[in-house]
Design a protein around this ligand. Structure first.
Ligand SMILES: Cc1cc2nc3c(=O)[nH]c(=O)nc-3n(C[C@H](O)[C@H](O)[C@H](O)COP(=O)(O)O)c2cc1C
Length: 308
């Protein structure tokens, strides 16, 4: 009997729980010659802003112990070019396409979604709220419950056609509070979490290894921290969670599912192995087969301990 990897993230049915994470898989189309995109559960595209953005000065990536630091500065072609040039190619694939959206004020987020509402071929929106709010002195949207409620509530009103996923910042004192706030403001699912602000310094010059002073830490070194956030959040909310942070192996995927995630996203691992997301789908199929679980739901009952 073939195994059934389908999962339901709210109203969105995914053929399997493995998605490519935003910013690490371009607009998806760049990977089409390497990866069978139809095998993936979904693709979250690079963050889209109202206007095109050039991003941060080079160097933008620095390897660290067990991970990577990036300061890409949210470079992107802008939402209109995405709709005109990338989406027509992407929507031919039989996988869920999720548009990651960001802005520097609430109106920016709303306007990007308004433009996407008229486009065909998207499964959901993912709101990146790890962004500075220029109207509130640069304070991150994702760190303040009042700002979370405002940006998610506004986006919810504009996003009448599609589910709204909200991608949380890991830099919060109480992830349960932020998760509940996003849920209360109308989020249909939460993605947990974004990168961790960090630094990489050249010891002989004292200068940053990045063009920016600081960057975002990702990769295996963050996995234990993000796993804890997923677990805490899953106890606080009823909506589904997509776990993302340091996933490289099937065991990593199983750990996130065990801590309450319904699906996962794979980021930094695609830099060392661009085919990793497809391999994880195949590996998950085998894992289910080995433990004689034929659905993702069954594997929960079969091998996961109850963490309470
Ligand atoms: C180079 C790079 C660019 C990223 N760009 C975005 C982005 O545009 N929007 C977003 O929400 N997250 C972005 N992220 C965060 C990832 O989607 C992911 O949340 C994070 O890297 C943790 O997962 P990982 O350890 O598997 O990489 C980016 C990460 C990296 C490494």
């Amino acid at each position: 009997m073939p195994v059934d990897l389908t999962v339901q993230v709210g109203a969105v049915r995914l053929r399997n729980p493995i998605l490519a994470a935003s910013g690490t898989f371009g607009y998806g189309v760049e990977f089409a010659h390497l990866v069978d995109l139809n095998r993936l559960g979904g693709i979250v595209v690079k963050g889209l802003s109202l206007e095109p953005m050039e991003g941060a000065p080079a160097p933008r990536l620095a390897e660290t112990q067990g991970g990577m630091l990036n300061a890409v500065g949210l470079q992107n072609i802008g939402v209109r070019a995405f709709v005109a040039e990338k989406l027509p190619v992407l929507r031919k694939y039989d996988t869920a396409i999720v548009a990651n959206v960001f802005g520097y004020c609430v109106e920016d987020y709303a306007e990007v979604i308004r433009i996407l509402e008229d486009a065909e071929g998207l499964a959901a929106y993912e709101l990146n709220i790890s962004c500075p709010n220029v109207k509130k002195g640069g304070m991150q949207f994702g760190g303040d419950p009042a700002l979370v409620a405002e940006v998610v509530g506004t986006a919810r009103k504009v996003a009448s056609k599609r589910p709204l996923w909200v991608k949380l910042s890991p830099m919060v004192a109480d992830i349960g509070l932020i998760a509940r706030t996003a849920e209360g403001a109308g989020a249909d699912a939460l993605t947990i979490a974004n990168t961790y602000p960090a630094m990489a310094i050249d010891p002989w010059t004292g200068k940053s290894r990045l063009g920016n002073q600081t960057g975002g830490l990702s990769g295996p070194c963050i996995k234990p921290i993000t796993l804890r956030l997923v677990w805490e959040a899953s106890k606080a909310i009823k909506i589904p969670i997509l776990g993302v942070g340091g996933i490289e192996t099937v065991e990593d995927v199983l750990q996130y599912l065990a801590m309450g995630a319904t699906a996962v996203q794979v980021g930094t691992a695609s830099f060392t192995d661009p085919v990793v997301s497809q391999r994880l789908v195949e590996g998950l199929e085998k894992a289910l087969f080995v433990v004689k679980a034929f659905t993702i739901k069954e594997i929960r009952g079969r091998i996961f301990a109850d963490f309470g």
